[in-house]
Design a protein. Structure first.
Length: 54
């Protein structure tokens, strides 16, 4: 999704994931018709209230 600020974001359907799982992704450069050539990973963590340590 274009933010209008020159940055795009994607909302990933992660509600069914649990802490410890991860999401892997890559992305295309549409102007160049190429892929990033690198995979990225985001780890799902438990949400803790602000100010609460592990």
């Amino acid at each position: 999704m274009d933010t209008g600020l020159g940055v795009h974001v994607a909302y990933l359907p992660v509600a069914a994931l649990t802490a410890g799982e991860s999401v892997q992704f890559t992305f295309p450069w549409l102007d160049a018709l190429t892929w990033e050539g690198q995979d990225y990973s985001i780890d799902v963590a438990e949400l803790r209230p602000q100010g609460v340590s592990a």
